[in-house]
Design a binder for this molecule. Structure first.
Ligand SMILES: NC(=O)C1=CN([C@@H]2O[C@H](COP(=O)(O)OP(=O)(O)OC[C@H]3O[C@@H](n4cnc5c(N)ncnc54)[C@H](O)[C@@H]3O)[C@@H](O)[C@H]2O)C=CC1
Ligand SMILES: O=C(O)CCC(=O)C(=O)O
Length: 411
């Protein structure tokens, strides 16, 4: 099942639990606007290369649409559509005043030079600049993009609309970015994990972790979990996977990676087959890379007791059912990885206020938002007798439905 079919299925299940009117249900599923643009750039060698860029703006009932921009070879319209829809429910679960959007360009960023990436980002921005904005649609980083990408978008957008720091979040601090945004998704993953484990009488310091992905989300999650005393016993990225049953030395691994070393060359670990990573023995499994990685093929072999969905849509519905039967508890993406968009919201607020918060305040507010959402999700689980995914979906969908109805349908 592709990401869009899976996300829409979860939405429909939540709509049924909530008893939503069928016309409202249909209207909430259809995206507000789907943008597809052709982006041609001169490569460094003078030849031309063409790429397709997408931005799907899913819903704006609760506020400006919000969501990342992904650079990856597998970016396709259905996936962007699904990710945009997930953003709508995610911002509602987090109770931040946004709708949902997502964008992407089908490209392999690792195969483009920095100047080619800059040209591509600028051309993409030229094509969509009149459809984004601080009060319409606010992009941010996602897989394959980072604060530098946001700086180029800010600069290109500002040529058309004047200096506009609030048009993107996840910017460099020197351009109005927020302290704590870089670490926010990983830190939010830690707060979410802490809340879930506490419910089960467990703690991060007494648990073992396996993490897939060592980019922005995975490396920060690993680092903060390690700081909290958690033992990260296996870890993998696109280049390979490693393990150490006594716990990987995450600060040393970060240093090794930041000096250009590949995971497999890290001295204090054993190289393992990446196909074993997601089914490795552990208490907590945290996928922090691609979608659909947990499916009917590997779900029966998963040994983790808890799965924290730091990636977007890592578990397909078939795996969801298999894992539920095995008694695995899954903390869903629209809550587990919401730390990133929550601190994006703080960044946007700071840009609009023209006042910068210190990092302590950012992290304290993030903790408060993550804990509040967890309590609200649990309340929905109780009132609808459902699992955490449906608790989060019913919470998010209900908030968007209420906002839509309050705004009215009159033309
Ligand atoms: N950056 C953010 O603030 C947020 C990101 N997310 C989600 O978290 C996930 C990761 O995003 P980022 O860390 O920002 O991306 P990133 O581009 O910084 O890192 C991606 C990581 O995934 C690894 N990876 C890629 N393909 C892989 C494969 N086939 N097998 C194993 N590892 C693979 C890469 O090697 C890299 O370590 C995505 O699903 C993204 O949508 C969710 C919320 C916010
Ligand atoms: O920070 C943001 O605005 C969006 C982050 C994002 O794309 C996500 O949560 O999946």
């Amino acid at each position: 099942m592709n990401a869009l079919a899976a996300t829409s299925r979860n939405f429909r299940q939540a709509a049924r639990l909530l008893g939503l009117d069928s016309k409202l249900e249909k209207s909430l599923l259809i995206p507000f606007r789907e943008i597809k643009v052709e982006c041609t750039i001169p490569k460094d060698d003078g030849t031309l290369a063409s790429f397709i860029g997408f931005r799907v703006q899913h819903d704006n009932a609760r506020g400006p649409m919000k969501g990342g921009i992904r650079y990856h070879p597998e970016v396709d319209p259905d996936e962007v559509n699904a990710l945009a829809q997930l953003m709508t429910w995610k911002t509602a679960v987090a109770a931040i005043p946004y709708g949902g959007a997502k964008g992407g360009i089908g490209c392999a960023p690792g195969e483009l030079s920095t100047s080619e990436l800059e040209r591509l980002t600028r051309v993409f921005t030229q094509k969509i600049h009149d459809l984004i904005g601080a009060h319409t649609d606010v992009p941010a980083p996602d897989m394959g993009t980072n604060s530098q990408t946001m700086a180029w978008i800010l600069d290109e957008y500002s040529k058309f609309h004047g200096h506009s720091p609030a048009v993107v979040t996840g910017k460099p601090i020197d351009l109005g970015g927020s302290l704590g945004r870089d670490a926010a998704t990983g830190r939010g993953v830690m707060y979410a994990t802490e809340a879930l484990l506490a419910e089960h009488g467990k703690s991060i310091s007494g648990s073992t972790f396996v993490i897939q992905g060592f980019g922005n989300v995975g490396s920060w999650a690993a680092r903060i979990i390690h700081e909290k005393g958690g033992k990260v016993i296996a870890l993998g990225d696109v280049t390979g996977s490693i393990r150490n049953k006594n716990g990987l030395d995450i600060p040393a691994l970060m240093k090794h990676r930041n000096e250009g070393g590949a995971l497999k060359d890290f001295h204090d670990a054993e190289v393992m087959d990446s196909s074993e990573l997601l089914v490795h023995e552990c208490d907590v499994l945290i996928p922090c890379a691609l979608g659909g990685v947990l499916n009917r093929e590997n779900a029966p072999d998963v040994k983790a007791k808890f799965i924290i969905e730091a990636a977007n849509h890592p578990t397909d519905p078939e795996a969801d059912e298999i894992l539920a039967k095995k008694g695995v508890t899954i903390l869903p993406d629209i809550y587990a990885n919401s730390g990133g968009v929550i601190v994006s919201y703080f960044e946007w607020v700071q840009n609009i206020q023209g006042f910068m918060w210190d990092e302590e305040k950012v992290n304290m507010e993030l903790h408060k938002y993550m804990n509040n959402s967890f309590q609200h999700i649990k309340a929905m689980c109780k009132s609808h007798d459902c699992n955490l995914r449906m608790g989060a979906f019913t919470l998010g969908v209900n908030r968007v439905a209420r906002a839509t109805l309050l705004r009215g349908w009159e033309a």
